[in-house]
Design a protein around this ligand. Sequence first.
Ligand code: NDP
Length: 344
Amino acid sequence: MKVFLSGGSGFIAAHVLDILLEQGHTVITSVRSEDKASKIRAAHPKVPESQLSFRIVEDIAQEGAFDEAIKASEGLEGVIHTASPFHFNVTDTKKDLIDPAVIGTTGILKAIKKYAPGVKRVVITSSFASIYDATKGNTWDHTYSEKDWNPVTEAEALENPSNGYRASKTFAEKAAWEFLEKEKPNFTIATVCPPLVFGPVVHYLNDLKAINTSNARIRDAIEGKWTEGIPETGVYIWTDVRDLALAHVRALERPEAANKRFFVTAGYFSNRVLANIIRKNYPKLADKLPGDSVQGGDYPEGGQASVYKTDNSRTREVLGIEFRSLESSIVDLVKSLLEVGLKG
Ligand code: NDP
């Protein structure tokens, strides 16, 4: 299949790209600069140019940003849209988070409808942020599934960067479903909703200072930043990037994934559990990690059993995903961070 992958320089997209290439798909991926394109190209020396090519899309928040890139990609059959800001360094929540998420999503859908009539399926990376209801708290006795929607309002979105990010994902996913209903395009869509994503980073795009947001806490832990106190865990559920990447590719390929949301969650974690996994598997890092007497990073009072429940049965049944263990994900992530650190 000929596939357009937006945001090929991202943490998750790098794994999606590798699975697509391994499975023999032809990939055109958008990045923001020639420099990023050449790094990705150099990391795939055995992949012929005919199988992997690049389009530059500098800012997905601009109306029509994807038009030229899609128009110049003849014969597309599928699209995976991952590009969207995931960070909290914002000065203007609407401009920095919400616009790129919403305009990026509607913009790529409009461009596909107009210029890529052969596309049959569009997979969009959404998030648990579009499912989770922050007003109910972490100990709400509820089982989250694809049926749930974050009720965040436009006013609440602007209250702080965390609300802004969650709202950006909610509004973008809602805009995609509305597009489908109103525009009745020739393609179907599937949205993929992961919670916090861990797993190996690819060395060619990273340095430890600019690691992606979900892996930053592990970088902080192994750099000794948790020895005086473990930060609050925040979200208590996670998934591995390789399982998530496979979920994207299967959501693209499988007819039965048409017009479905997928909650791609592997299980629970707390920051204290993460520190313990690292200590057990990397004894040489022990003096950088918090000891048992250091406060913080626990599950809410009542332990893991007090946290909301989750239902990932649709992802397992329709996409056939079997989830990796937390320990294997964190071990591989730390290994990749140590390699990136050595490179720097
Ligand atoms: P990254 O920050 O590694 O990737 C984000 C990607 O989006 C990068 O390619 C980035 O380009 C691109 N991007 C961001 N803003 C713009 C813009 N204005 N114009 C063009 N490109 C832009 O994060 P992840 O890989 O973790 O995130 C990928 C997707 O997964 C996002 O949609 C995110 O919301 C979602 N997600 C991530 C989770 C996680 O825990 N990691 C959890 C749930 C959802 P560049 O690198 O050049 O800045």
